[in-house]
Ligand binder design. Structure first.
Ligand SMILES: [Zn+2]
Ligand SMILES: [Zn+2]
Length: 267
């Protein structure tokens, strides 16, 4: 049993891979359950701004569910950027018939943290501003899973060196405490393993802290936008989840979390 709960397709403005191709690849590499989490972005500077079509997403899901019905469980989700800033749109999206709603932060004001543009930046300032934004995001809530918790590491590590967890521990703990209270799951996003920072978003220390604070819901996803990225790092991510003391991985069906234990997964 192999799960990938963060996958994009052409229903996302930044992904050229059709849903059917992703599904075929999933079957090929032994993924048993995939969740398409398409970008729904409302930040006017975002490249995916205004590009999501629910109608098209539903139509494509219908097609792949027919084509892969006996081979692959296909869940539906969206990745909602900066949900606390676009609350009307968030309320709208909460009315859609989805399995899961991811919240993510790509922008802090007009600065995008997902791209390599920190050469002249004060990284400590960027890290703190990002975590402040994350705290606002989870405090607002209205979504199920916090995607790529410390995405700012993606290029931050390139300029500031290895992520200094102790330095941001209190900020991170404050965010995780709210997530536990709100029932927001923590995603282990393995895309960082193929990027310059070479670690998951988040790493083991943050996962352990979430667990220590009473967190129980952990999802896993490769955040694939390309065929070769699908499933990348999932086994490493699962090892971290196990090391942090969680009994398994959380999946979602119609917005309800369901734990799949490592015994059931068979790893
Ligand atoms: Zn994202
Ligand atoms: Zn994504």
């Amino acid at each position: 049993m192999l799960l990938d709960y963060h996958v994009h397709s052409t229903c996302s403005g930044d992904c050229p891979i059709p849903m059917g191709d992703m599904c075929a690849r999933a079957v090929e590499i032994g993924i048993t359950e995939i969740c398409f989490t398409e970008h729904f972005d409302n930040h006017p500077l975002d490249m995916c701004f205004g590009m999501f079509s629910l109608e098209r997403f539903r139509a494509e899901l219908r097609t792949v569910r027919d084509d892969f019905c006996d081979r692959l469980t296909i869940r539906s989700g969206i990745e909602f950027g900066e949900p606390h800033l676009f609350t009307d749109k968030l309320a709208y999206a909460n009315g859609w018939d989805l399995d899961v709603l991811l919240g993510s932060v790509h922008w802090v004001d007009d600065t995008i943290v997902a791209l390599d543009q920190f050469a002249d930046a004060d990284m400590d300032l960027i890290y703190r501003a990002y975590f402040d934004e994350l705290l606002k995001t989870v405090t607002h809530g209205g979504f199920d899973v916090m995607a790529h918790f410390d995405l700012v590491k993606r290029f931050g590590v390139k300029y500031a060196g290895p992520f200094d967890f102790p330095r941001y521990r209190d900020r991170i703990a404050a965010i995780l405490e709210v997530m536990v209270r709100q029932g927001i799951a923590l995603e282990v996003n393995t895309s960082g393993l193929r990027q310059p920072c070479k670690e998951t978003f988040p790493g083991l220390e943050t996962l352990k802290l979430y667990r220590d604070l009473g967190g129980e819901l952990v999802t896993i996803g490769s955040d694939s936008h390309r065929i070769v990225q699908l499933g990348f790092g999932l086994s490493e991510g699962m090892d971290l989840i196990r090391q942090a003391g969680f009994p398994g991985i959380t999946t979602y069906q119609k917005r309800q979390p369901l734990l799949i234990t490592f015994d059931e997964i068979g790893s």
